[in-house]
Design a protein around this ligand. Sequence first.
Ligand code: GDP
Ligand code: MG
Length: 218
Amino acid sequence: MVYYGFKEKLKINLFRFKITTMKNEKTLVIIKPDGVQRSLIGEIIRRLERVGLKLVAIKMFVPDNEFIEKHYTVNPEWRRITGEKTIESYKKKKLSPPSGDPYEITEITLNNLKKFMTSSPVIAMVWQGAHAVNIVRKLVGNTEPLTSDVGTIRGDFVLDSYQMSDADKRAIRNLIHASGTKEDAGKEIALWFPEGTINYRLIQEQIIYDVNLDGILE
Ligand code: GDP
Ligand code: MG
């Protein structure tokens, strides 16, 4: 038996608190209309589930234009960041972007997104677990499926590109939305699930997170 002093106990408790907080990280995932229409709901859920994340909220929903604008602009920087990202991706391919102004580009993108995201039901979900935001982004892959890695959801199931979607004046079809940061996730979850998420323990969390597995052998 090891006896810990007050300081050690405090340290251990603080560490446990930190780990518990990390295990509770949540992220919003939306299966966009193309995911629903291509019958990829099960495949997408399977990929998120098997990594060890826990589903804590889910619903099918037909959003309207106003809701989609609210969703994409919960982060006030989104317009600038997204426009800059698009310009950068054109430049990388030695192509000239439709405009040099990031805000102008995002305005077009946002209008296309509204048309796309309201065209069919979507599945909104909240997934919880350690590093949930970054783990889900990794599994989902780059925004533009043309450059998403093989093995990611976008890389494995989509062949769309900015060039194609811009030529057709539509949103790029990349199956999924996933929160970009913990801060965005908090705001997006509050918007999509004002009723809150479900707190429950999943049996497998013991093997994923617990330090010692005493008591398994009979
Ligand atoms: P995400 O977080 O990877 O989904 O990407 P962003 O937050 O930057 O953009 C939101 C969504 O807007 C993307 O998933 C795409 O559907 C769409 N989008 C972003 N940039 C472009 C673009 O330059 N062209 C087109 N057609 N769609 C875009
Ligand atoms: Mg985003």
